[in-house]
Write a protein of this length. Structure first.
Length: 288
């Protein structure tokens, strides 16, 4: 008696509809054959290429990443100082020998106390710090006046009156260190109790090339505990304070700072007395 299997066999093979003997032999051959086993080598390649996971009725294809690709997940930009601290703590430590931090500094120099002779000029300085990752290595720091200037207000004096030859820019951090390990000394000092001076008190910690990511993250959390310190898409400020910072929400790193002129200054309103921009890189090369 024919069944569905007979009908299927008749469609697959050239068998006449009434040839029951031929159909019977095909059925016997079909059930007598053992399926060919796939080689272990092919099974291993297939398993390494695509893995199929069934979850709640969904088929998910999981393809392995390249051996050379980084096994890291994308991280969302920080929306607060606390999240920026977490970014710093999760940052991978590169295998390069030196951390190079470059500071582009504009400092406003004023000359003359009388209104008629008062003048101010902004001068540009560059500071480069190479801090070795290994212990017992020499720290290299270069400071120089770039020669660039821009008028701010009033009488513009010659450069030789504005800056001395030995002056190479402002001191942005507290520590002097010749070889690693280096510790930023201001980390041992408490932040000012006055909320308007919180960011000013944290300046050396946040700008120093010797401050580790973990130490900077701890400072972020200390600042975040003060409700007066505001975060606005990476811009840090406090009402009544003269110092502000810019934190990159993508990396958690401080990328700039600005110090405003005091209220009684003769500088035009909104003129900063100091601006600093920072860039970071890891490198195997440094100047000798």
């Amino acid at each position: 008696m024919r069944d569905l299997l007979d009908d299927d066999l008749a469609e697959l093979y050239p068998v006449r509809g009434d040839d029951d003997v031929r159909l019977a032999r095909l059925r016997e051959q079909l059930f007598a054959e053992k399926p060919e086993r796939r080689s272990r080598r092919w099974a291993g390649i297939a398993a390494a290429s695509v893995t199929v996971v069934l979850i709640a009725g969904l088929v998910v294809l999981l393809r392995p990443a390249s051996r050379d690709s980084a096994a890291t997940m994308p991280v969302a930009p920080a929306t607060s100082l606390v999240e920026a601290a977490a970014l710093l703590e999760r940052a991978e430590q590169p295998s390069a020998k030196y951390r190079h931090v470059r500071y582009a500094v504009w400092q406003t120099m004023s000359i003359g106390g009388e209104s008629s002779s008062f003048g101010a000029t902004a001068l540009e300085y560059q500071i480069d710090a190479w801090v070795p990752a290994a212990k017992g290595e020499m720290v290299v720091i270069y400071r120089r006046f770039t020669g660039n200037k821009r008028a701010v207000t009033g009488v513009q004096e010659p450069l030789d009156r504005l800056t001395a030859i030995e002056y190479k820019g402002p001191q942005l951090w507290s520590t002097f260190c010749t070889s690693t390990p280096c510790k930023e000394s201001s980390l041992g000092l408490p932040l000012p109790a006055d909320p308007t001076r919180k960011l000013e008190g944290a300046s050396s910690r946040l700008l120093s090339p010797y401050t580790t990511n973990e130490e900077k993250a701890a400072t972020y959390r200390e600042l975040a505990a003060s409700p007066e310190v505001r975060w606005n898409d990476g811009a840090l400020s406090v009402d009544g304070g003269l110092t502000s910072f810019r934190v990159d929400p993508e990396t958690g790193e401080v990328v700039s700072t600005e110090v405003a002129a005091p209220a009684d200054s003769k500088l035009p309103p909104g003129t900063p007395v100091l601006t600093v921009s920072m860039t970071y890189e890891w490198t195997d090369q440094r100047p000798s």
